[in-house]
Design a protein around this ligand. Structure first.
Ligand code: CDT
Length: 312
């Protein structure tokens, strides 16, 4: 253990029913906070869209029906007890929620995560960059995935100095894209916090269903290893409104090894000692970016969006 060791809890959450009041969900989060505290945690990571059911599974023609799932302020009246209890315990936390931002006079909706330090201050906010799914109602699917209808994409991956290190956030589908981790790592990121809601059934290609758990760990572990950072992946999981979502929340070391993993598909806490100094072991050797990367060869990564094969 060094000065830069942080005890981190992955606070996995089981299903949230459509009619479950925010206050009940926040009570569950406070119970998880207490369990994390009992394990000595200094930072507790909750999932994506932690305050409500995963509403993009439904098509709503009327925005008024969608907006009930959004927060217009943070802390809100409903989440204040979580902020208060974490402050009392001196624990930091991160969670995802649907954010409605009216500050410009026009409503903007984001899939958001925040990072709160041990003194109760919101030190970081992130808007999900990679929005999966579709824009229009697709009745052939057993359930919808309308994130692209309900949210605007975020426009940056940022990092913050917090918990004695350099911390970044990403959300769910972001974890499948190597660019996410690399852009964070190019800012020195040592700890990436990533909440997710991953339906196990993937309607466009159901052959992937059996691989959902494998793909989850594949991307979290490779992101950690290839960038020399700790990665905390936290699920909202279990059968929620009839849709089964992946569990298997993990804390991954910069070596790519899983050091803690949830074993249920419900509310559960696992804690790991995360020594941020271990990042240097990878960042200063095999993945010494400054020495070994060849950005002059990688131009297509930012110049081109989709693949253009050579002419036949
Ligand atoms: N929440 C989220 O981003 N889920 C996606 C589902 C992809 S299928 C539309 C994920 O990548 O896990």
């Amino acid at each position: 253990m060094t000065d830069r060791s942080v005890r981190i809890a992955a606070a996995q959450m089981g299903p949230i029913a459509r009619d479950e009041p925010r206050a009940d969900v926040v009570d569950r989060m406070i119970a998880l906070l207490h369990r994390a505290r009992a394990g000595g945690a200094q930072l507790v990571v909750f999932p994506e869209l932690a305050l409500t059911t995963f509403f993009p599974r439904w098509f709503f023609a009327d925005w008024a029906e969608v907006d009930v799932f959004f927060e217009t302020e943070m802390p809100s009246a409903a989440t204040k007890p979580l902020f208060d209890e974490a402050l009392r315990l001196g624990i930091g936390f991160s969670f995802g929620y649907a954010e409605a931002d009216d500050s410009s006079g026009t409503r903007h909706r984001y899939n958001t995560s925040i990072l709160v330090d041990g003194r109760g201050a919101i030190v970081g906010k992130y808007h999900k960059v990679h929005l999966p799914g579709h824009e229009e109602h697709e009745p052939w699917r057993p359930f919808q995935h309308l994130e692209r209808r309900y949210f605007e994409p975020g426009s940056s991956f940022d990092v913050w100095r917090a918990f004695g290190g350099i911390v970044g956030m990403a959300i769910c589908n972001d974890r499948r894209w190597p660019e996410t981790y690399r852009v964070l790592a190019l800012q020195g990121c040592e700890l990436a916090l990533i909440g997710y809601n991953t339906p196990i059934h993937y309607a466009p290609d159901p052959t992937q269903d059996a691989l959902a758990g494998f793909h989850n760990h594949l991307v979290l572990q490779s992101g950690a290893y290839q960038n020399g950072m700790w990665v905390v992946g936290v699920a909202k999981c279990g059968v929620e409104e009839g849709v089964d979502a992946l569990a298997q929340s993990v804390i991954v070391a910069p070596s790519g090894q899983i050091v803690a993993q949830c074993t249920t598909a419900g509310d559960e806490v696992v804690v790991a000692e995360c020594d941020l100094d271990r990042c240097a072991q990878y960042k200063h050797t095999l993945f010494d970016f400054d020495r070994y990367r060849r950005p002059e060869v990688y131009g297509l990564i930012t110049e081109r969006r989709g693949a253009i094969p050579p002419p036949p």
